[in-house]
Design a protein around this ligand. Structure first.
Ligand SMILES: [Zn+2]
Length: 311
């Protein structure tokens, strides 16, 4: 049997989100050869999760008939604050109980390859830049609207990092003076208004306990649901205004599960805002849907595993 991907290398990408984790085997062209998905379940403990990731990698290798020795590396994108230098995660809010857990060592020991850890939104922007909607563009700003709101910036061919290698949290830029209180320490940040959690929280008193239920009710013309979605759209457009003025990206990429149903609406609101800008050429910014869909983080993590992207 021919090896998929020819003579190139293979890497594993692991995308750890607050509710689900995806593990994929990716070739040097950025193609996902096989993938597995599982609930994240932080409450069941970190050790169990690591065993699950290892088993998933073993299964994927078996599925495409690769030996462990053919694996070039593993990249992990994880929700929330992470330390890429130590391989540890620090996310007490979306991954409670996993504070200061070491994501890298156990995988490295089991598979004998280099393992790199990045924030999941950073992994996603790398994926979109490598083989997706932002290919060949720089700078790139990406926002991912899922359980929370993540963001990554690619600048000068590298992941933009803050002081001490920290990941800037674009999901917590302030967009409203009054809004729901967020765990980030402020009320009215983007995540508090435009995340899946925000939609579900606002919808719960009306019987819509999940973001998808709010979206369905809004699509059916329910005025309360429509107001919740309109508020989220306004928050996203306000954040895009601020980020456009701060970074003037060539591409502004929108990803995450919510964009399957809200991309057109969010993108239109952003374009409308930017068209009013007088101090930047807002119309030169192209807003695009993540071409890799929900695989952006996984593919980007694999690019890191392949060593295709500078540390
Ligand atoms: Zn916040």
């Amino acid at each position: 049997m021919d090896r998929p991907g020819g003579s190139g290398g293979f890497a594993v990408g692991i995308d750890i989100g607050g509710t689900k984790t995806a593990v994929g085997l990716v070739d040097e062209q950025g193609r996902v050869l096989a993938r597995l998905e599982m609930p994240t379940r932080p409450e069941l403990g970190f050790e169990r999760a690591v065993r699950q990731w290892i088993r998933a990698v073993e299964q994927l290798l078996e599925q495409v008939r690769l030996e462990t020795t053919q694996l070039r590396g593993i990249g992990v994108g994880c929700a929330g604050p992470v330390d890429p230098r130590t391989g540890r995660i620090h996310n007490p809010y979306t991954l409670p109980g996993w504070e200061d857990c070491d994501v890298v060592t156990a995988l490295q020991e089991r598979f004998g390859v280099k393992v790199r850890l990045e924030n999941d939104a950073d992994a996603a922007v790398v994926g979109e830049w490598w083989v997706g909607a932002a290919r060949g563009h720089d700078p790139v700003v990406m926002l991912t609207f899922g359980t929370g709101v993540g963001g990554g910036i690619l600048l000068g061919g590298r992941i933009y990092r803050g002081s001490r290698g920290q990941h800037p949290e674009l999901g917590h830029v302030l967009v409203s003076e009054s809004g729901p209180r967020c765990y980030c320490g402020m009320e009215g940040c983007l995540e508090s208004l435009a995340s899946g959690t925000a939609l579900a929280t606002a919808g719960t008193p009306h019987g819509w306990t999940e973001a998808s239920a709010v979206l369905t009710a809004a699509e059916q013309g329910h005025p309360v649901a429509e107001a919740i979605v309109a508020r989220a759209t306004r928050a996203a457009a306000d954040a895009a205004w601020t980020l456009a003025h701060a970074f003037l990206p060539a591409r502004f990429v929108l990803g995450g599960g919510l964009m399957r149903r809200l991309f057109d609406r969010f993108a239109a609101a952003m374009r409308e805002r930017w068209a009013r800008a007088t101090q930047i050429r807002g119309h030169s910014i192209e807003v695009c849907r993540a071409a890799l869909g929900s695989d952006a983080g996984l593919v980007g993590a694999a690019a890191l595993g392949l060593g295709r992207f500078p540390e």
